[in-house]
Design a protein around this ligand. Structure first.
Ligand code: ARG
Ligand code: ZN
Length: 890
């Protein structure tokens, strides 16, 4: 193994030479693909690199160099060029005096052996590519860095015509040839837009597709086509609808139109990540394209819409303006996630989308930022850039973009976006360029705001308030501090703020954004009228900054304040948040073994269950749900996974018992309302299903005696067999999968599990759910189930989705994974060893579940550390996994 090299942001230098134009020729044969490239090279006059050598990246575990010519002259190894395991260096002596030259190389690669799924590889019967971040160097020798933008003027693909009728690459189709004497045919593609190599793509296969078209505002007619394996063509319609909605939304919201005549999307079974925004040829993990009533849950539909939007929006934020270097990744990812979140909110409900996104951030990003992988959204160094496609770069990055929007207002943000494109279209930019465009377009001071790019950790904002009736003055005191990074300088935190009258629910000051820039500060307000009750602050409305927000009022005041906000806050997010905080407090009291007074919780729950003021069923459902274990864990210094699980379950049971009648009534009413209605995917229908399934969950949580266990299993069983869609089936099966110890109920559980498996009829995405639901079960013997499922004929480690569906899902089953005997750790440790040899990207992601051992008690920490040490000793460990494990152990 090559010693892992750490790369630093501060070391960026533009290269000595630029490649400006590329032609590629792919000749695909089973077991060997020949790639010929011609690079037009010019000197970079602005470079400060001392030696003028042409440096081409190439991973010699994948590419084998056959020939190399410079302006037609054959080059010799040693005197003309040097080949290392990762680079081909063409000595400047070969081109001194030339202002430009052409370099031709021929390499061979074996996509059939590429198990890393980076570069050019085979997935089932098709070939496809994944080049971001550094996959292109596994296809051919090239300056594989995002600041080198070149025109790919001629990409020719040749393959067997019968096996591979579809030949795709970026841009426009220039020409095709008919099947020749050897049964081969070819296609030539040209992409008129200069692009970095990470946006290159090729797809070759025998695919089905659906076609549509979209006319842009300025009248360009765009041919839209979505490809998949033929048996899945019936599941592409929702993706196509979402694509057209995305195109329209970006025109309406940002004035951005599509710029080519073709937009192709391909669904691929074996894919490391979600999807990839290659210019004019998106490649998608099947899980984010395929969706229909029978096989996809509402969550899946939502993800398809979100990811289709995400990749489409990248065409401007990523492709037209790309990143200068990989440290700038959040420039395109944070911004594009923000855009896809806004799009999803506009397609459905903004409050619902906001709640879902914040739940996601708290459950994953907060944990990451509290562990050894904590990094600023713009990291300072990396070993393997693939390790930095993180919740921090993506989700916290999106929160940082959202803060510009909050600080500058929607119109100001749009002005900043316009200026950003005016300045940087067609080039590779930095996060500082983006911030400068936002500041300059608005004449705003965003100097201090830059700390969001340089400082890591989740800040905690504490607040207290007081009211002086003699002067009608309301005072809000704020302080900020980052516990995990105590040296942080104060952030510029936009605090969206209002004051609510506890008696009338009236807003006592105009809702506004405070600019909190100091370690601590007091803000004073004159109230519009004296409060009839008390004046209750509503802080961080809409989750206006990615921070933890903590009240310093007495526990009693906090409780009454939260009840006020849960009932009256005009901000939908904070109404929901108030309920969550009440639940959280109850769960932690239960965990501490103290007497829990549930009066407040009952009041909030009842209000949510019955209030006629709540018109959105999703909002009602989310208001009834308890915070997730992963979100709650972030409020504990030392995480007690089993205690937390038990405490949460206990509170849920108490709610279920107390509101048994109300929940049953709502469930029955919804069942009646929905019966016979056609299946639809829109916020109304989704909300109904979400609320009814939440009721089912509470109805089934109420089980102390065997009779109650059987009764809830029967209810879930009935729900399953009456279901008309995957959402309802999954809801019922998830409940049943927890059943254990009561034979009569277990029979119902097993019946549903095997019916689900049979009905899946081999559908890969449905089978993934079957594996996942069993892996996240609360059964005490779940690890045994998981181990035996690893030898199920449908299980394989080579398909990332399948691997994640069982192994990854088990690591998310916190109480089981963190079993005190360490069996969960041992199981995962072994799997990571096997995975690393096959697919380092997947292995290094998986190892994340072991690295936060400092957050656990000594017994667990020791056992987690032991597994990490074993992994570190693996011979030939990938740099990817090495980076994560060594950081954790250092
Ligand atoms: N740019 C892609 C997206 O967010 C993700 C590519 C991730 N690739 C990787 N090797 N980590 O849409
Ligand atoms: Zn992206």
């Amino acid at each position: 193994m090559q010693a892992p090299v750490e790369i630093f942001r501060s070391d960026y230098k533009s290269p000595a030479n630029w490649v400006t134009e590329v032609t590629l020729d792919f000749d695909i044969y089973s077991g060997s693909t020949i790639v010929k490239s011609t690079l037009s090279v010019v000197k970079n006059e602005g470079s400060t690199v001392e030696k003028g050598d042409l440096i081409l990246d190439g991973d010699d575990s994948s590419v084998k160099l056959k020939e190399i010519y410079l302006d037609g002259e054959k080059l010799n190894s040693g005197s003309d060029y040097t080949l290392t395991s990762s680079q081909l260096i063409v000595h400047s002596s070969c081109f001194t005096g030339k202002s430009s030259f052409k370099l031709e190389t021929t390499v061979s690669i074996v996509p059939e052996d590429n198990t890393q799924l980076s570069g050019f590889y085979k997935s089932g019967s098709m070939y496809c590519s994944q080049c971001e971040a550094e996959g292109f160097r596994r296809i051919t020798y090239y300056p594989d860095r995002p600041d080198n933008m070149a025109k790919f003027t001629h990409v020719k693909i040749t393959a067997d015509a019968d096996s591979y009728p579809i030949l795709l690459s970026n841009g426009n189709l220039v020409s095709t040839t008919e099947k020749d004497g050897e049964g081969r045919h070819s296609a030539v593609w040209e992409d008129p837009f200069p692009k970095p190599s990470y946006l290159f793509a090729v797809v070759v296969g025998d695919l089905g597709s659906i076609k549509d078209s979209y006319t842009t505002t300025s009248g360009r007619n765009v041919h839209l086509e979505i490809f998949s394996e033929k048996e899945n063509v019936g599941k592409l319609d929702y993706a196509m609808e979402s694509l057209k909605n995305s195109m329209k939304w970006d025109e309406d919201k940002f004035g951005l139109e599509y710029d080519l005549d073709i937009y192709n999307v391909v669904a691929v079974n074996d894919f490391n990540m979600g999807a990839m925004e290659n210019k004019g040829l998106n490649v998608f993990n099947t899980a984010y394209v395929l969706a229909d009533q029978k096989t996809a849950t509402d969550g899946d539909f939502e993800r398809v819409e979100g990811v289709i939007g995400h990749e489409y929006f990248h065409n401007w934020t990523g492709n037209r303006v790309t990143c200068r270097d990989w440290f700038q990744l959040t420039l395109k990812e944070g911004l594009t996630v923000f855009r896809d979140q806004e799009f999803s909110g506009d397609m459905g409900s903004n409050d619902v989308t906001r709640i879902e996104n914040v739940k996601g951030l708290r459950g994953r990003q907060f944990a990451e930022d509290a562990g050894p992988m904590s990094h600023p959204i713009r990291p300072e160094s990396y070993v393997a850039i693939d390790n930095f496609y993180t919740a921090t770069v993506y989700s916290k990055g999106a929160e940082v973009i959202r803060m510009y929007n909050t600080i500058l207002g929607e119109a100001g943000f749009r002005k900043g976006m316009d200026l950003y494109f005016e300045r940087h279209d067609g080039s590779a930019a930095t996060c500082d360029d983006f911030r400068a465009a936002m500041a300059d377009a608005n004449e705003a001071d965003l100097e201090q705001f830059s700390r969001w790019y340089t400082q890591k950790g989740t800040p905690t904002v504490k607040y207290s308030s007081s009211y002086d009736p003699s002067t009608s003055t309301f005072t809000l005191d704020l302080s900020q501090h980052t516990a995990s990074a105590p040296d942080n300088e104060p952030f510029h935190i936009p605090v969206a703020f209002g004051v609510i009258d506890s008696e009338t629910g009236a807003e006592l000051v105009e809702s506004q954004v405070l600019h909190f820039k100091e370690a601590s500060k007091s803000f004073e307000f004159k109230l519009s009228s004296d409060p009839k009750g008390t004046a209750v602050p509503s802080v961080m409305r809409g989750f206006s900054a990615p921070v933890k927000i903590v009240s310093e009022a007495s526990p009693a005041t906090q409780k009454t304040d939260l009840l006020t906000l849960a009932a009256y806050d005009t901000d939908g997010f904070n109404r929901w948040e108030a309920g969550q905080k009440l639940y959280t407090e109850a769960i932690f009291t239960q965990l501490a073994g103290d007497d829990v007074n549930l009066d407040g919780v009952y009041q909030a729950f009842e209000q949510t269950l019955t209030s006629p003021k709540i018109s959105d069923d999703s909002i009602r459902a989310y208001g009834l749900m308890l915070p997730s274990e992963s979100g709650l864990a972030e409020d504990m210094d030392i995480i007690d996974p089993i205690g937390l699980h038990d405490a949460r379950t206990a509170i849920k049971k108490k709610l279920a018992r107390k509101f048994q009648a109300g929940v049953a009534e709502l469930y029955d009413r919804l069942t009646k309302e929905m019966s016979g209605a056609p299946f639809e995917v829109n916020s109304k229908a989704v909300g109904k299903r979400r609320l009814r399934n939440t009721c089912l969950d509470y109805a089934c949580a109420n089980k102390d005696t065997d009779e109650e266990v059987i009764a809830s299993a029967q209810l879930a069983h009935k729900h399953y067999f009456e279901a008309n869609c995957m959402t309802d089936q999954v809801a019922a099966m998830s409940i049943l999968s927890n059943v254990h110890g009561v034979p009569e109920a277990e029979k119902l559980r097993d019946e549903v599990l095997s019916k689900f498996f049979d009905d899946a009829n081999g559908d890969a995405l449905v089978l993934n759910k079957w594996f996942t639901i069993q892996a996240v079960s609360s059964k005490p013997d779940v690890l045994e189930d998981v181990i035996s499922l690893t030898s199920h004929p449908e299980f394989t480690m080579t398909n990332p989705n399948r691997c994640r569906s069982l192994i990854g899902a088990f690591t998310a089953n916190s109480a089981a994974f963190h079993a005190e005997d360490g069996a969960g750790y041992k199981f995962i440790g072994e799997k990571i060893g096997i995975l690393d040899a096959m697919n380092p990207q997947i292995a290094s992601r998986m190892v994340g579940c072991l690295i936060s051992f400092k957050r656990y008690d000594e017994n667990r920490a020791t056992k987690m550390r032991a597994e990490l040490s074993k992994i570190l000793e693996i011979e030939g460990l990938s740099p990817d996994t090495f980076e994560i494990v060594s950081k954790a152990l250092s």
